[in-house]
Design a protein around this ligand. Structure first.
Ligand code: NAD
Ligand code: AKB
Length: 313
């Protein structure tokens, strides 16, 4: 097998996916790339790459005999609203460059993440199904929905083996999130440990679909390792972990840190959260390639606090 290239490898997902891929494929078989250099040394080979540069991407694929690409470079929902045209440009051009690279080289498999942001105010909010009305109201959601259509188009028209998941908000302790609406669910742990106080930018009862990073990495690798005949959706699979509101997360953290207090001061991210589902039906992922999450709110909270306390106190 050829090598694996991870684009956007220094972000919240990439930094954890890299370790899992080193384990699965071997450190020599994985090339990490990002538009910025790592702030500390990483185990394997690193190549600086701007995903907007299609020629540079294709040159890198030839240079390292790349067989599989994970393209994680994107602008997320909250940051995207600050500069919508740039978010559209990066999210779409980055995906098209990856799909074109697959069409024109010997690259055999692509992973590209979508998001629950593809849903909108007219999508059913509870147990949102795989197929339903989709009217995203953020530029990020619009780019993800358009991206899903491009993935299916390249799969059907050119036979590109592109695989995708609609990730919920991801919670992790190894690296910080990069500008999403669900970022509070990571920041709150750091602040609870450091200052015993946090102000959430959403209302107390805003429930959103979330997932702990080990489950997200497991889902990603399960999807990518599944035999091709099991991948029946080429747009993107719904994926669910568990759902909670800020007040439910605060109550769970208080089980471990009773002195922790929290305020709720909604900002522009409230409207984004209000347009998203509060739970997701991921039956197709379970049926097609055997997806099953392992973390719930209580188990995730315990693991986050245990790891952050070891790291920071
Ligand atoms: P992130 O912002 O933490 O990381 C993105 C990485 O891409 C960064 O390291 C950044 O330097 C890099 N990057 C930015 N512009 C680039 C460019 N032009 N060329 C190459 N690299 C560039 O994001 P993340 O949370 O790791 O998300 C990765 C993917 O997963 C994105 O597509 C995101 O939409 C999707 N996703 C994430 C979540 C989540 O909760 N983290 C949820 C749903 C979907
Ligand atoms: C965001 O909040 O933008 C991301 C996502 C759910 O896509 N975490």
């Amino acid at each position: 097998m050829g090598k694996t290239l991870v684009i956007g490898a220094l972000g919240q997902i990439g930094s954890e996916l890299l370790d899992a891929l080193y384990e699965l494929r071997g450190v020599d078989q994985v090339i990490a790339s990002d538009i910025r250099f790592p702030s500390s040394p990483i185990k394997g080979t690193f190549e600086k790459l701007d995903i907007m540069d299609r020629e540079a991407l294709i040159a890198l694929i030839h240079q390292h005999d790349i067989e599989e690409v994970y393209n994680l470079a994107a602008i997320l929902s909250a940051k995207g609203e600050k500069n919508p045209l740039f978010a559209w440009e990066l999210n779409m051009t980055g995906l098209i460059n990856t799909l074109e690279a697959a069409r024109t080289t010997s690259l055999s498999r692509i992973f590209w993440p979508s998001s629950i942001a593809v849903f909108g105010p007219n999508s059913p909010r509870d147990m949102t199904p795989q197929f339903c009305p989709m009217d995203p109201s953020t530029v990020y959601g619009i780019s993800k929905l358009a991206g899903e259509r491009w993935c299916e188009y390249y799969a059907l028209k050119y036979g590109v083996d592109v695989r995708s998941l609609r990730y919920p908000g991801l919670i992790s302790y190894k690296s910080l999130p990069g500008g999403g609406t669900t970022d509070y669910a990571v920041d709150i742990f750091h602040e609870a440990i450091k200052h015993a106080q946090y102000t959430v930018y959403l209302s107390a009862d805003t429930s959103l679909p979330m997932m702990y990073m080990p489950d997200a990495i497991n889902a990603t690798l399960s999807l990518m390792e599944a035999p091709v005949e099991q991948i029946k959706l080429r747009s993107s699979y719904n994926l669910a972990g568990f759902s909670f509101s800020p007040s439910e997360l605060v109550a769970e953290i208080q089980q471990h840190l009773p002195a922790f207090t929290c305020d709720y001061v909604p900002d522009f991210r409230q409207a984004i959260a209000d347009s998203w589902p509060d739970s997701i039906d991921d039956a197709r992922a379970r049926e097609d390639w055997g997806w099953k999450p392992t973390f719930d709110l209580a188990k995730m909270t315990q693991d986050m606090l245990a790891n952050l306390k070891v790291g920071t106190v």
